[in-house]
Write a protein that binds this ligand. Structure first.
Ligand code: AMP
Length: 579
């Protein structure tokens, strides 16, 4: 197995380096794809992309350990698109097939394939249960190049003869462990049987339980094996992080900018770098932060040396207090006294995080590192913690009330300083003259109000919705095929904080774990990792979900159909005490 993190690091020691050439060009990708990547603002491939793209272009099979956040989607989408654009021509049958565990991922991957293939005319279709069969049939009839599908619905189409796989040139199993966990094993095998023998196949999985190894043994031929993200041992590089206070705020993508802005207000950094993944993000965020009254400068690999020097001069002199940069652009920058490092996204490898935050906390000074993460990126943080052997404190974004309280606290502190500073005689006259007419406390409060307002209005503050963070816990492996018919069902949840839900349909109604997984992830938006044990009896089923998500899951399941019918869903009643 190749450890993907072994990719050589680009050296850099001072500001005078020319911006790096796109590393994508050296992977041998078609120029049309390079221009799509450049318009997305990608500067260089992530480790999984560097390692996976060449073998897939060379039509090898691939077995890769990689999860969300590592850039794995482009790692398989780019070689697929490359073959497609080079072969050209209109086709009626499916060229590339990507199988994913959930509807959400199907949509996400289909969008990503579309983005990576912008300008190439690629036709991509997401195929999943719950979306209109009619629309899917019409699109398949017209011709689709890449299908991104959940196994259940894909197999429906194969069996109806509405999706021919005879000409498939590349098959990708994405999040294969999740697919098996969700009980899709048989569906997967049936779909793979319908694809031509000898076509290349890539299997991506975050974990490698025995069942994945079995699948890989049966279905892959001498695959190139990649292992990603197993953080290396802590070394001298990680020691630099010891003095850095590290906090990670969970936030949904849509609220990231508002969250960053709010945390900046609270932290009030003297001098900070905000790291982003792409040039596009750097431009967008620096512009928006400036629009919100910050003094931010953008820096990315698309800048000329002259622009770069100008930016660095403004940042070093204090004319700008925020530098919004990509990793490539910030590589080799030597700036003393950076009080804060912000990670707008979690870096896709733990070592990258250590490099970023090593820019603060220099020369024995304390520094602060703040990371914004989406719930699904929780595992990337755990990986970083394993490498640095240091806990990253998890926090939720301050509410509007927190912000107001903080501003009042700042006003109080300034008033206190003013009182201690003395020299108030000229102002006492005003207070004296009002004291006859008003209560003294009211006079003082009015003064506070004026002082507070003079600090400047924060502008309209939107409430950023709180986010449920899944716990990092052992994954659940349902026993879809092996559950004995008469096994007594457990009455107490196995996971801390989880509750059991009763579902009024079971094996007799054809319910399988995959149906419950699918319905809960698709309708209630939970990640498969949030779902605990599922047990299926003849007439009913029990499923564990996090306590805080239970009401939402119940409501959503009541409004949907399982195997074509509405079912009773409620909290499982505790078992009667034993006598
Ligand atoms: P994935 O692991 O495929 O879900 O990708 C995680 C995130 O990284 C997505 O937001 C991608 O748009 C982004 N991404 C993927 N590859 C790159 C790259 N080479 N440079 C910058 N961002 C990337």
């Amino acid at each position: 197995m190749v450890d993907v993190n072994d990719s050589p690091e680009t050296p850099g020691s001072d500001d005078s380096r020319e911006p790096a050439e796109s590393g994508f060009a050296s992977l041998g990708l078609d120029p049309r794809l390079l221009s799509a990547l450049s318009s997305l603002g990608y500067e260089e491939p992530t480790p999984i992309q560097t390692q996976a793209i060449p073998p897939l272009l060379g039509r090898r099979d691939l077995l890769a350990q990689a999860a969300t956040g590592t850039g794995k989607t482009a790692a398989f989408a780019l070689p697929m698109l490359d073959r497609l654009v080079r072969e050209g021509g209109e086709r009626k049958s499916v060229f590339g097939l990507v199988l994913v565990p959930t509807r959400e991922l199907a949509m996400q991957v289909a969008e990503a394939v579309h983005r990576y293939g912008r300008g190439t005319g690629v036709r991509v279709l997401a195929v999943y249960g719950g979306s209109s069969m009619g629309l899917q049939l019409r699109a398949l009839e017209r011709g689709v190049d890449v299908v991104v599908a959940t196994p259940g619905r894909a197999l429906d189409h194969v069996r109806r003869g509405t999706m021919g796989l005879a000409d498939v040139k590349l098959v990708v199993l994405d999040e294969a462990d999740e697919m098996l966990d969700m009980g899709f094993s048989e569906d997967l095998e049936a779909i793979l049987d319908a694809t031509p023998a000898g076509r290349p196949m890539a299997l991506f999985s975050a974990t490698f339980p025995a069942r994945i190894a079995g699948l890989a043994n049966r279905r892959l031929t001498s695959p190139v094996e990649l292992r990603l993200g197993q953080a290396k041992e802590a070394g001298p590089a990680t020691e630099g992080t010891a003095k850095v206070k590290q906090t990670a705020y969970v936030v949904h993508r849509a609220h990231k900018l508002a969250a960053l802005s709010r945390i900046l207000d609270l932290e009030d950094p003297a001098s900070a770098i905000v790291f982003c993944r792409t040039r596009t993000e750097v431009d967008e965020i620096s512009e928006k932060l400036n629009g919100r009254g910050r003094r931010a400068e953008a820096l990315h690999g698309g800048f000329s040396q002259e622009q770069r020097d100008r930016v660095m001069k403004r940042f070093r002199s204090g004319a700008a207090d925020l530098l919004v940069a990509t990793d490539v652009a910030a590589r080799g920058l030597d700036v003393e006294q950076i009080s804060h490092v912000f990670n707008y996204d979690v870096p896709n490898e733990a070592e990258g995080y250590v490099h970023r935050i090593g820019r603060t906390g220099r020369a024995g000074r304390a520094g602060t590192a703040i990371t914004l993460f989406e719930p699904r990126e929780q595992w990337l943080l755990s990986n970083i913690e394993r490498l640095t052997k240091k806990k990253i404190e998890r926090a939720t974004v301050p509410t509007v009330a927190d912000l107001r309280a903080r501003r009042l606290e700042m006003t109080r502190a300034s008033l206190r300083e003013t009182i201690l500073g003395g020299g108030l005689d000229t102002f006492r006259v005003v207070v004296d003259s009002l004291a006859e007419e008003f209560d003294l406390l009211d006079v003082a409060a009015a003064g506070v109000k004026l002082a507070h307002e003079a600090e400047g209005s924060p502008g309209e503050e939107v409430e950023i919705p709180p986010v449920f963070v899944p716990q990092d816990r052992p994954r659940f492996v349902p026993r879809a095929d092996s559950a004995p018919q008469v096994r007594p069902l457990r009455r107490t949840p196995r996971l801390p904080g989880a509750v059991s839900l009763f579902i009024g349909a079971g094996r007799d109604a054809g319910i399988r774990p995959a149906d419950l997984f699918g319905a809960i992830t698709n309708e209630a938006g939970l990640s498969p990792r949030d779902i605990g044990a599922i047990e299926i009896a003849d007439r009913f089923a029990l499923v564990e979900v996090p306590g805080e998500a239970a009401e939402n899951v119940i409501e959503k399941l009541r409004n949907t159909k399982l195997r074509g019918r509405k079912v009773v869903v409620r909290r499982e009643r505790p078992a009667p005490p034993r006598r």
